[in-house]
Design a protein around this ligand. Structure first.
Ligand code: ZN
Ligand code: ZN
Length: 234
């Protein structure tokens, strides 16, 4: 029904408001789609954070601290138009944007195929109370796009978020780590034991959430963890 309505109703770009010519695959105009800047170089080899120049291998965090994931990468910086589109996706409920973000993730994996050397994709679980309020888990929708494109199992029920955490926005680094400590629990051990897993998230900021999840996975016998997100914030 949704797609039928979209076919008949004029659509406006969720980022800039411009009229989107029909039929269009995504509620995003061509100009905004082509403004996405991919993060390819100038990122930390380990955690994918942007570094001051491309000659730097490891960021200031990774020089002192070893994350439990092997690598984390994001398709783009958390700037226009990704920031606006992610906002419409998560808080405006424009779930049809999952296809657009899915395409970005798929293209990125094709460009960096080491990310596909895995046994399954795992969306960052939401706490049931948060998922109920939002109506969906944005990471699950993204993981389904990646899983479908590369025929990888989507581990939607393997890990639970057992601790209702505060939004990480506005918390200091130490508070973020405390906030998500012990937030996850492996529910189906056989899904992770000895497996190589690609975690899918929407936005990476401090890496505290994916680090907590990676630690839980490693403690449960997971062989390797990589992380891929749509955007990387500061
Ligand atoms: Zn636009
Ligand atoms: Zn780093």
């Amino acid at each position: 029904m949704d797609s039928l309505l979209h076919f008949f109703l004029p659509q406006h770009c969720v980022v800039c408001g411009a009229y989107v010519a029909l039929p269009s695959r995504f509620p995003l105009c061509e100009r905004c789609q082509s403004s996405v800047i991919y993060l390819r170089e100038g990122v930390c080899f380990r955690c994918g954070r942007t570094v001051p120049h491309s000659g730097i291998l490891l960021c200031h965090v990774c020089r002192r601290f070893r994350y439990h994931f092997e690598f984390a990468r994001a398709v783009s910086a958390y700037t226009f138009p990704i920031r606006e589109a992610l906002h419409a996706f998560k808080y405006g409920g424009v779930v049809s944007l999952a296809g657009f973000f899915g395409l970005l993730l798929v293209r990125y994996c094709e460009e960096f195929p080491f990310l596909l050397d895995v046994d399954g994709v795992l969306p960052v679980p939401l706490h049931p109370s948060r998922e109920k309020t939002r109506g969906f888990n944005q990471s699950l929708l993204l993981a389904q796009e990646v899983g479908r494109a590369f025929r990888l199992p989507v581990l939607a029920w393997s890990v639970l978020r057992v601790k209702p955490t505060l939004p990480q926005v506005g918390l200091k680094a130490k508070e973020r780590r405390q906030n998500v400590r012990g937030a996850f629990r492996v529910r189906r051990k056989e899904d992770v034991l000895g497996k190589r897993i690609l975690v899918i998230d929407d936005v990476l900021t401090s890496r505290a959430t994916v680090e907590s999840l990676s630690q839980t996975l490693k403690d449960a016998g997971c062989r390797s963890v990589m992380v891929l997100a749509v955007a990387s914030g500061k």
